[in-house]
Design a protein around this ligand. Structure first.
Ligand SMILES: N[C@@H](CCC(=O)N[C@@H](CS)C(=O)NCC(=O)O)C(=O)O
Length: 214
């Protein structure tokens, strides 16, 4: 089966609703390539399949399988797919002026904002005792505010994360905003007006509606 770029490549994606695999799935939808979902879980009290653990011993999603290979880590997958399908316009080319900002933003999302989410959602990984977990979680919640503020200031008045061009960084940003949950002590997305504006735009895209519903 060929996709709209004329390639016969197809993909498998280890996937769980609400998870970091949703951004990868939106990219696959935007590109128009065929893919199959392998349903797994992000629940801490449920085991991962041996196949999943063999591909990512951390037991995380996403894991992307392609042509007999596999890879994990959202930021890396985002660059990989964007570069593989330049016609999709999801990633600036290596020589494009926005390339540096694109890479910087993806790694910042992955290493700083996602890490703050990890502290909040999985505090046991950052605390030595159960008693200390609340402290790790509260620090994670404050860290979310700190890191999102930096992202918001970086965007400024730009229409998109990279200024005037849409990219996979906007999809990634949208996915991260869906994890903000004020009932857990997180800041509201409305505290970051530039982020909220872009997330609102991305949420209207047909690809995003297909994956997230709505
Ligand atoms: N650094 C990884 C983190 C991925 C990640 O945190 N995935 C979460 C879902 S949002 C997960 O699989 N959680 C299950 C777990 O941590 O056990 C990436 O960016 O791909």
């Amino acid at each position: 089966m060929t996709n709209k770029w004329g390639s016969a490549l197809s993909y498998k994606l280890f996937y769980a609703p609400g998870s970091a695999a949703m951004g990868t799935r939106v990219m696959l939808e935007e590109i128009g390539v065929s893919y199959e979902l392998v349903h797994t879980t992000v629940a801490m009290d449920q085991p991962r399949s041996p196949e999943h653990l063999a591909l990512n011993p951390n037991g995380w999603v996403p894991v992307l399988l392609y042509g007999g290979q596999s890879m994990y880590e959202c930021a890396a997958i985002t660059v990989f797919l964007g570069d593989r399908y330049p016609e999709s316009g999801l990633a600036p080319a290596v020589e494009a002026p926005e390339r540096g900002l694109f890479l910087q933003t993806l790694v910042y999302f992955s290493s700083s904002i996602q890490n703050a989410f990890q502290l909040s959602y999985y505090p046991d990984r950052f605390a030595d005792t159960r008693e200390e977990e609340g402290s790790a979680q509260r620090r994670g919640n404050r860290r979310l505010r700190e890191t999102w503020r930096v992202a918001d200031a970086q965007i400024g008045n730009g229409e998109w994360v990279l200024g005037d061009r849409f990219s996979a960084a906007d999809i990634y940003l949208f996915m991260l905003t869906t994890w903000l949950d004020p009932s857990r002590g997180h800041p509201s997305v409305d505290e970051f007006p530039n982020v909220a504006r872009i997330a609102g735009e991305v949420g209207q895209r047909p690809s995003v509606r297909r994956v997230y519903g709505g």
